[in-house]
Design a protein around this ligand. Structure first.
Ligand SMILES: [Zn+2]
Length: 123
């Protein structure tokens, strides 16, 4: 059950979420090369994690429960930042075919594009 003051925030949150989803998809798709696609993907991921943290902060910090605030700051924020970092660190845009791929093994020394075979890591 959400508090009454949260209703407009929830609506704004979902409008921002939809705008970010469509906007980042369109921005990344419309970039001409892999480098600019990478830049806009990273910006989109950072904007997404900021949106998620901004959505959770009012509930955690305004509830008056100090344990909730501590858990938000020590568990939720680092987890969200880690997930965003992991997505940024493992996502590649191929310079040959411009498609996106994800290397799920952070410790792999090499990674090739699964679509065309171009070497993506090490660059
Ligand atoms: Zn490729």
């Amino acid at each position: 059950m959400q508090p009454a003051w949260a209703q407009p925030l929830v609506i704004v949150y979902f409008i921002l979420w939809l705008t970010l989803a469509i906007g980042s998809w369109w921005l990344i798709r419309s970039q001409p090369d892999a480098a600019s696609k990478t830049i806009w993907f990273r910006r989109s991921m950072i904007a997404l994690v900021l949106l998620i943290l901004a959505a959770g902060a009012p509930f955690a910090l305004a509830s008056g429960d100090s344990f909730g605030a501590v858990m938000f700051l020590t568990m939720f924020v680092p987890t969200a930042v880690f997930i965003a970092w992991f997505n940024i660190a493992t996502t590649y845009f191929c310079t040959a075919c411009k498609r996106r791929s994800r290397n799920r093994n952070l410790f792999a020394h090499t990674f090739h594009c699964p679509h065309c075979g171009h070497r993506l890591k090490p660059v």
